[in-house]
Design a protein around this ligand. Sequence first.
Ligand code: PHE
Length: 341
Amino acid sequence: MQDKFEEIRQKALSDISKTDTMRSLLEIKAAYVGKNGSIRALLRGMKDIPADERAAFGKIVNDLNDQVTALFEDKEAILKEKELNEKYKSQAVDITLPGKKPQSGSLHPLNIVKNEILNAFIGMGFEIFEGPEIESDYYCFQALNIPKDHPARDMQDTFYFTDNILLRTHTSPGQVRTMEIKKPPIKILSPGRVYRADDDASHSPMFHQIEGLVVDKGISLCDLKGLLDEFVQTVFDDDTKTRFRPSYFPFTEPSVEVDVTCCKCHGEGCSLCKGTGWIEILGAGIVNKKVLEMSGIDSEKYSGLAFGLGIERVAMIKFGIPNIRTLFESNLKFLRQFNRR
Ligand code: PHE
């Protein structure tokens, strides 16, 4: 009998040592100490043992049961620890890896420049008035002293829906629309998209302008100069200067083309300003009396100044962008340069 017990113990030991998963260990455990296991079978055989030997037999079987159970428990503890270690290993986080940075959006360079320009003028008391992009021939041309067949229309060829309805070529109709509904003093900005049949490195069929209009008693070119100096020193550097060159627009008289000192070389001459030290930035002038009268403003009593600038042009000068198309391509590599946060 003793031999049989020792055999079971040895067999259990060898089975346990061969097992290296919890699942198979539990299966083997059931085969020894489970309800139908071999050790329980020995206990069931007690009835065949002579009565006086039963107690001793029972004790030996119980000891065997305890020993084998202890062997299983030791191995269980070892396997549990092994499985836990494997789990930790497979789920380990490498804290030396670089973190994932959330991408933040930023304003488009055109919006950055537009906001800067608007804020510069809002600081001087201007209000915003936006007109429609689809305009009538009257507001876009006639009311601005550009009658039908006037040669100045060629400068601003555009897209027509009908003979009289077109995509506006400039934001100047905003002047007329404002003067029709507002009495002087008037001090407005009219920003928005404009359209022209134009397409090269510095022109796009769609671009953005900001129109400015001031109408009051005694407005002169001096007011224009003061306003524009303040504006260019806010958007470019503090030492930026402006200069007026005589020009022609049917809706202003006199008309000027306004240059600023080059923001790259500060007037010394470089590739950006083509060696002149100056860069043309906008068109402006004193509102033509005919335009004031057509919009119902007494030109004897009031005078006005107006200016119109291209936002793309200001952005290209300010950021040194050589081709206007870059501004419309949605290229993230380009746009991320303007993320200032
Ligand atoms: N509307 C003109 C243009 O688009 C600019 C301008 C506006 C000139 C106001 C004078 C006064 O070229």
